[in-house]
Structure formats: structure tokens, C-alpha cells
Design a protein around this ligand. Structure first.
Ligand code: FMN
Length: 207
């Protein structure tokens, strides 16, 4: 028998670390979404959070295409997803595609940090969504060329991930064994000493 969404949330929760934001520990990426719509007021809050993300030269190079259920924007984003992602993401009521200008508006030179800024904005988006009781699931599995064409995105914009947004569904709604297994497995992460360094290959000792 499959675990319920409440049981899964407990199992996905990162171990408590004193002082770490609860929303950071709680956020995870489900593939099961239920059909409850996301209200526009919540979407506005989410993009307000995005708005206050830091960016190189304060360029705010990000643009987000927001597809609400049954809209043309939603259909266009969905059509670019690879088959595996189409297998679950269509249940999410909102699909978002991120892009960022790789040219600085102030002088036309190239912004090497556009994708970095877009990723930071996406991080704010996911955390703010989580704080509102919503779930997100990012996807690199989509056809970038098709998305660029569908939205007529200029060549000097780089594309980020597609993000499914909505309310978490019951794991049992997934009709794929592999997805169900991942949906109900604990999350894992590298220990700090693998990525917090004092020199190349040397962990910084944070005590
Ligand atoms: C940029 C990015 C691309 C991803 N692409 C996919 C994807 O195409 N399909 C998918 O099912 N999950 C995708 N994921 C989800 C990750 O597998 C997931 O975030 C990771 O396993 C960590 O799990 P957690 O978010 O629940 O902590 C992607 C996540 C990110 C951040």
C-alpha cells in the first residue's frame, strides 16, 4: 500500500538543524499534484518574492512565462516537455518557464551571470511557494528549441527550467512504479564537507 501525502511529507522533511529556515527543510519536489487551482493572489506573492531576488547589476534579467490550467501558455509549455515529464506534470495547475537576458540592458555587453540570476530567482520562487503551502517541481527535461519557438524568445535570452506549481497530490495518483518509488523515498544530500572547501579538494572545517 502506498504512503499518504501526509506520511510522505514527514519522510521527505530534512532533519532539523537549529536555525535553518523551516521552509528550506520542508520543501521537496513531488510529482503528484492535485487539481486544486492556485489562486492569483498567491501567484502574485510568489512573483513578489522573485522580484526581490538579488541579481548582477540589479538587472533582474529574468522573465517568467506563467501558464494557468487550460490556457494557451500552459499548453505551449506542456507541449515542450519530454514524455517522462508529460507523464506527471499535466496534473499541476501551473507551469512556468524561466528565461533570462544574457545581455545587460545598461550597456549591451554580455551578462555571464544571467542563468545564475535566473536560478536564484527560481530558488526564491520555490521557497515562497513552499511557504504558502504549495509545491514546485523543476524540470530540465523539455525541448528548449521548441520552447524558444513557441514563445518567440530572442536568441540573447537563455532558458532555465520549467517549473510545475500546485498543491501536492496523493502519491497513489501516480500510475508509474518508478515515480511512485521516488515519491515515497527519503531525500538525500551530500555532506557539507564535500562542497564547503578551503582549497580544491579540501573541506573547510565549520566545526
Ligand atoms: C534544474 C532542475 C532540473 C530538474 N529536472 C527534472 C526533470 O526534468 N524531471 C523530473 O522529474 N525532475 C527534475 N528535477 C527534480 C530533481 O530531480 C529534484 O529537485 C532533486 O532530486 C532533489 O529533490 P527535492 O527537490 O525533492 O529535494 C529537476 C530539478 C532541478 C533543480
Amino acid at each position: 500500500m502506498s504512503l499518504s501525502s501526509v506520511e510522505v511529507n514527514k519522510l521527505k522533511q530534512a532533519p532539523a538543524v537549529e536555525g535553518v529556515l523551516p521552509v528550506v527543510l520542508r520543501r521537496w519536489s513531488p510529482r503528484s499534484f492535485n487539481s486544486r487551482e492556485v489562486n492569483l493572489a498567491d501567484l502574485r506573492k510568489i512573483f513578489e518574492a522573485v522580484r526581490w531576488t538579488a541579481s548582477s547589476y540589479n538587472e533582474q534579467p529574468w522573465r517568467f512565462f506563467v501558464g494557468l490550467s487550460n490556457s494557451l501558455t500552459y499548453k505551449k509549455i506542456f507541449s515542450t516537455l519530454i514524455g517522462f515529464n508529460q507523464g506527471w506534470a499535466g496534473a499541476a495547475p501551473v507551469l512556468i518557464l524561466g528565461a533570462a537576458s544574457s545581455k545587460f540592458a545598461h550597456n549591451g555587453s554580455s551578462n555571464m551571470f544571467a542563468l545564475y540570476d535566473l536560478g536564484a530567482a527560481a530558488g526564491f520562487l520555490c521557497l515562497q511557494a513552499s511557504a504558502l503551502g504549495l509545491s514546485t517541481h523543476s524540470m530540465a527535461g523539455y525541448d528548449q528549441a521548441a520552447a524558444r519557438k513557441a514563445f518567440e524568445i530572442p536568441e540573447d535570452y537563455v532558458l532555465g527550467a520549467v517549473i510545475a506549481l500546485g498543491y501536492q497530490g496523493e502519491p497513489s495518483a501516480l500510475n508509474n512504479e518508478h515515480m511512485l518509488a521516488q515519491e515515497t523515498a527519503p531525500r538525500s544530500r551530500k555532506p557539507l564537507n564535500e562542497f564547503v572547501l578551503s582549497a580544491w579538494g579540501e573541506a573547510e572545517d565549520l566545526g
